[in-house]
Every structure is written in C-alpha cells, then in structure tokens.
Design a protein around this ligand. Structure first.
Ligand SMILES: [Zn+2]
Length: 366
C-alpha cells in the first residue's frame, strides 16, 4: 500500500498555492487593465487620439472635442435653468478629459437648447473664444431672444474673444482641420476638396419649404482628422440639407455623423443622409425630444451604416424605433446623465464608449 509522504505532500501543496497566487495576481492585473480600458482612462492618456464627449443635456446639444494637442472645442452649451444642470454636466466631462479651461465654445445657433447654458458654463470654467454665426435673426421667439441677450451680455463683459465664422472658414485648431460648411443661412459654394460627386439620391428628393428659424442659420462644421471625417451641422433643417447636397454632394462621405437636430423629423432627409453615408451616427436626443421615427428610419437604412448610438431612449420612437440597449446611454427610467465618448485615431480607427454599460465598441480603419 502506497503511503503518503507528509513532507512531499506539503511541498506539493505549497507549489499549488504559489502557482495559484501567481495566477490570481495575473488575473487581478488583467482585471485592472480591463477596467482602465473600459473607463477610457487608457484612452485619456493617448496623446495621438481625438476625444469626443457627447454630454447628455436632455435633447439639447453639448459635444466636447479634445484634440491630440490638448485643445478643446465645445459645440453648444445645452439648456439654461435647472440650477446649472447642463453646465455642471459639461464641466464634469471637461474634468474627466483633464481640462481646466475650454479653448473654444462654438454656438451653432441661438436657440435656447444650444446657447442657453452659456452664462452658467462661464461661471464654472474659464472660456477662451466663442465662435458663432453672427446676429440672432429670430426676434419673435421669447426664449431665443432671452438666450441671445444673455449671450450678448457675456460677450460684452470683455472677458472673451469672439469669432464669427462664414462658410469655408477654418477653425483655429492644430492637428485637426475643421471647416465651417454652413453659417447664418449661407452654405459653402464649392464642394470640400474630396467631395463634389453627383448625388443620385436627389432625383427622389422632396421639396421642403424654407425654415425661417434660427435652425437654418446653424453654424455647421466638417472635421478632418487623419483619415477620418466627422460632421456636425447643428440643427440645420431639411431645405438646407437639399441645398447643400443637390445636385452635387458638397460634403462627401463621412465616418462619424453627429445627427442633426437631435434626430427630429425636420432634419435628416434621405438625399442628405444616404449621400454622406456615415459608418457611425450618434444622436444627441432626449427622452422627449428628437429621435423621430421618420428620421430614425432614414438613419437605420443609410448605406454603410454600422451603428447608430443614442444618448436617450426616445419615447416618440417607442419599441420599434430605438436601437438596442447597449447602444443607448440613458434608457427609459430615472435619468442618470450617462454620456457617450468617441475616441479616434489618425489611422482611421475609432471606438465608442458607453458610460452606462462601461463597454467600448471598436471600429477598424476603413
Ligand atoms: Zn436643438
């Protein structure tokens, strides 16, 4: 009968403990690495990347760009009121990105969900230069006039620089080529350098009456970063989309489309969306604002679209016109102000991080 050697048994047990503690150490290190990756900390340290935070301002816009050189550009400031709710959320994103000031704040137009948060934001973080389309032309709408007057007061303080951009103007950023393509109702006359193809979608395009509001004045920009193209047209409406895209596609294809007008039905015509053919679209809708079924359908069917992401579940969209839960930052229910973050590299790779799920989806270079 074989007898167990107690000394040998202890040796084996000891070796087992050593091997397993080594295994646990590796597993713990892997878990930490994974957690850092998921929270985007690893990306924040990546000095080659362009980072874009889609801040949840409940159906307004607030999109924060941080360039590889560390310059920051905030597009729009969310709503006023709510004790500075939207300004607080923007400052939180800025801190997450390691910023202590905002170099540029671009106001697409003077509707209150875009410029409204500017005074509260200016109280909370230093701002360098405001960029906008010029004068407010919508003088009949009370909240718009109030938002404009508050913005004028801010500019009159003398603390900030201001630049008015016209179509074709470049934004003063390094390492990122950003061009105004629409401003104060005017559009670029000539196609962008890589664009200018005939747009086959125009033959079936509907005719839309001219939008007389500030939406049509939106200061829209196209951003070229390495191999990537990113488009943000603010709330540019359908009639302007057709003017910009028919019969010639003046924008060309884009990789990342920041969905116009929060995905509301007054923007997002097929002639426009099909021609820019984005790989990924990100919609800054609220629960009760934007994400209209008609615009959502156009996006979902757009040629080459890999994913649509939404800041919120859209109540108007209902079960049939919302993306699946992993692609929504704030599902139905109590609002947690979750954000989406896109990190892009010059070689054409990018990824999208959902702060609610803590998951990142990667997109390969085209
Ligand atoms: Zn808006």
């Amino acid at each position: 009968m074989a007898r167990v050697n107690p000394h040998r048994f202890h040796q084996q047990a000891y070796r087992l403990v050593r091997v397993s503690s080594l295994f646990f150490a590796f597993a713990a290190a892997f878990a930490v690495w994974l957690a850092l990756r998921k929270t985007g900390v690893a990306n924040a340290a990546d000095r080659n990347a362009l980072q874009i935070y889609f801040v949840d301002v409940e159906g307004g816009q607030a999109t924060l760009f941080v360039t590889p050189a560390g310059q920051s550009l905030l597009i729009d400031t969310g709503w006023p009121g709510n004790e500075g709710r939207d300004a607080e959320r923007i400052v939180k994103a800025a801190k997450t990105a390691g910023l202590s000031k905002l170099d540029f704040v671009l106001v697409t137009h003077f509707h209150t969900d875009h410029v409204g948060g500017a005074p509260q934001l200016a109280e909370r973080i230093p701002i360098g230069t405001f960029l906008d389309h010029g004068e407010n032309r919508e003088t009949t709408d009370g909240p718009t006039v109030q938002g404009w007057e508050a913005y004028q007061k801010l500019l009159a303080s003398g603390k900030y620089k201001r630049m008015v951009l016209k179509p074709g103007d470049s934004l003063p950023l390094q390492g990122v080529q950003a061009t105004a393509v629409s401003s104060d109702g005017a559009l670029i006359g000539e196609p962008l350098s890589h664009a200018g193809q005939p747009n086959a979608n125009c033959s079936s395009a509907e005719h839309y009456p001219a939008d007389q509001t500030e939406n049509a004045r939106s200061l829209g920009i196209e951003i070229n970063f390495g191999k990537l193209r990113i488009l943000d047209l603010g709330d540019l409406p359908r009639d302007k989309e057709i003017e910009l895209m028919c019969p010639t596609n003046k924008i060309g294809k884009v990789d990342i489309y920041i969905v116009s007008h929060h995905g509301w039905y007054q923007s997002g015509t097929p002639a426009f969306v099909n021609a820019i053919a984005p790989r990924v679209a990100i919609m800054d809708n609220g629960a009760k604002k934007g994400g209209s079924p008609s615009s959502w359908n156009v996006l979902e069917k757009a040629p080459g679209l890999e994913d649509l992401w939404q800041l919120h579940y859209s109540e108007e969209g209902g079960p049939a016109h919302n993306v699946s839960a992993p692609f929504i930052a704030n599902p139905d229910g109590p609002d947690a102000a979750n954000y989406l973050k896109l990190t892009a590299w010059p070689d054409g790779r990018f990824d999208v991080f959902n702060s609610r799920t803590q998951n990142t989806k990667q997109y390969k270079a085209r």
